[in-house]
Design a protein around this ligand. Structure first.
Ligand code: ADP
Length: 568
């Protein structure tokens, strides 16, 4: 029995070379022991037994004592070697045992049973008593042994597929879609998401078994940012755009309010329109006012209050996304509008700087993206039913660059021009911003007339741009020629700031007067950020209607005359 651990001598002292006189066992040892009794003794005990049987033989006893010491040392070495071997065997057994499976904890079934998903399969697993099922969280990873028993737990997975929330269902469940074309799936929330306010459009990361949504990943913010609330914007809050307003009302309001009439006459109904014209002239404002006024009209006509959904996106924002993402975004914008429309909302999709994503494909810097975006946009437009509560509005400073496929009948077939305000229009806009309620030094009407007069005067101080034509002819553009609603709104804001500053400085109630407006006008044209900061002709050409072919140079006069006293 080489491996058998020697029983430690119990009743005799193992360190004693000889049995002590008077030992209880003395008598037994002097007799003949059975084999069974002998086997119960350790080697050292046997030696002690033999020694007890050779009394008086001193020399033999001394040798036996020496032998005993040797044996004792060997036994100790043996013990140490056995212990090391046992440890080693334990390690080998661990290394040879099969790997644990990692599963996703879904819930407790009974006190000692857990619902676990491993790969694509679900199990009700026994739980090792060391693991307390009620302390596990939904979505957390658990370790399962060969018998699929849960033997350990650790944190949440850090990776996993991403999908988009399409709908929120009862009991915290979420309906998800992804862009790989797979069928929508329904998952539950992890403990981490239990209190999260999820919204359709949020992107969430799933556990590897795709049963639990683990966390919200940040991209959803993009959708929130483009969603805008439409403030109170009656048509009267827009000045000098009567023609555009009439065209919009004819195109959108009439068909909405007189559906049957339009259907009976089989009159084509637009699904949207394109607003084109220089920057700052109210294209975005008109888009929002369309949304506000259509809702108001429907409310007045039918008494029904429709929820409003206005998605405002800028073309370049979509274009700058990574490969495939631009297309996904455009599809997603239409999908969101359709979803809201199904719920009864009036959904508006407003795409600013539309030429950047819907421009002619040939020769464009983003040719490859446009070659997929334009047909995709057309397909989405074709899929929209007219009057189904989704209105698409495109805005652009360069309508000539928009792909004609977009502007075919049945898509965006109404092009509405938004012009720079003329003198009359400018006065109307000044009237809108010079509200009667604010402290004014004169009546709003006379202030508006005064500042418009100054704004459009053909004086030297109003000279703003110089044009040199290919023919050699030179021409001067005045401030009024480059006017816009945005400039007027900014002039009035500056004038208010001047009046406020004066009130603070003089500690009197100072009212906004003509001089404030004149000073503000002058500053606006020299300091504003509405005009290009360069002298590059192309940048300035974008603000005008000149044919680029016939212009050699177009640049600000103000910079040419640097150093000259400014005359206001
Ligand atoms: P665009 O979209 O054509 O670049 P915006 O609609 O963004 O121009 O106009 C910028 C701001 O200028 C508006 O928020 C509004 O304050 C003012 N504005 C522009 N045009 C008008 C207008 N016709 N009437 C009143 N305010 C205007």
């Amino acid at each position: 029995m080489a491996n058998r651990r020697e029983p430690k001598p119990g009743k005799s002292d193992p360190d004693s070379p000889l049995p002590s006189p008077g030992d209880d066992q003395d008598q037994a040892w002097h007799g003949v022991l059975s084999r069974e009794n002998l086997e119960a003794l350790s080697t050292l005990q046997l030696l002690d037994l033999i020694a007890s049987k050779v009394p008086g033989q001193r020399a033999v006893l001394l040798d036996l004592v020496y032998l005993r010491e040797r044996l004792s040392a060997l036994e100790e070495m043996n013990d140490q070697a056995r212990e090391a071997l046992e440890k080693f065997e334990e390690i080998v057994a661990k290394l040879r045992s099969p790997a644990f499976r990692i599963g996703t904890f879904l819930g407790v079934v009974e006190k000692d049973q857990a619902h676990v998903a491993i790969g694509g399969t679900e199990y009700v697993c026994r739980v090792d008593p060391k693991v307390i099922p009620t302390e596990l969280s939904t979505g957390q990873r658990v370790l399962c042994n060969e018998a699929f028993a849960v033997v350990g737990a650790f944190g949440f997975d850090a990776g996993g597929p991403i999908a988009r929330v399409e709908d929120l269902l009862s009991e915290g469940r979420i309906r998800l879609v992804n862009d790989t074309g797979l069928a929508p799936i329904v998952v539950c929330r992890s403990a981490l998401l239990a209190k999260e306010k999820l919204k359709p459009g949020h992107e969430v990361r799933l556990d590897p078994s795709q049963r639990v949504a683990l966390e919200v990943v940040g991209t959803s913010k993009r959708i929130d940012r483009s969603l805008e609330s439409v403030s109170v914007l009656p048509w009267s809050s827009i000045g000098g755009q009567e023609e555009a307003v009439r065209a919009i009302r004819d195109a959108i309001e009439l068909p909405y309010l007189h559906r049957d009439l339009f259907r009976r006459f089989e009159h084509s109904i637009p699904k949207g329109f394109l607003l084109h014209g220089p920057p700052g002239c109210g294209k975005t404002l008109l888009g929002k006012a369309t949304a506000y006024n259509l809702r108001e009209q429907i409310r007045t006509a039918t008494g029904v209050e429709r929820p409003q959904f206005f998605l405002h996106v800028k073309g370049p924002e979509i274009l700058n996304m990574w490969v495939g993402e631009s297309e996904r975004q455009v599809r997603d914008l239409f999908a969101q509008c359709r979803e809201r429309a199904v719920e009864g909302a009036l959904a508006f999709l407003f795409i600013d700087e539309a030429e950047s994503i819907l421009g002619t494909r040939r020769g464009s810097r983003s040719q490859s993206i446009l070659s997929t975006l334009v047909p995709m946009f057309c397909t989405e437009m074709d899929g929209l039913e007219p009057l189904q509560n989704v209105v698409v509005i495109l805005a652009s400073n360069r309508a000539d660059l928009i792909d004609p496929a977009i502007l075919r009948p049945g898509r965006i077939d109404r092009k509405i021009r938004v012009r720079r305000p003329d003198r009359e229009g400018a006065e109307a806009i000044y009237r809108i911003y010079l509200k009667e309620g604010i402290p004014l030094a004169e009546t709003a009407a006379s202030l508006a007339a005064g500042i418009t007069e100054r704004h459009y005067a053909r004086t030297q101080s109003n000279e703003f741009l110089e044009v040199t034509y290919r023919s050699g002819r030179r021409d001067v553009l005045y401030r009024g020629d480059l006017n816009s609603g945005a400039v007027i709104a900014a002039v009035v804001e500056r004038a208010k700031a001047l009046a406020i500053q004066r009130s603070i400085d003089t500690r009197t109630d100072s009212a906004l007067g003509r001089d404030d407006l004149f000073e503000a006008l002058s500053r606006e044209y020299s300091e504003n950020d509405l005009f290009p900061t360069t002298e590059i002709t192309e940048d300035w050409l974008k603000l005008t209607d000149f044919d680029p072919e016939s212009v050699v140079r177009l640049g600000p006069i103000r910079q040419k005359k640097a150093g000259a006293p400014s005359v206001v």
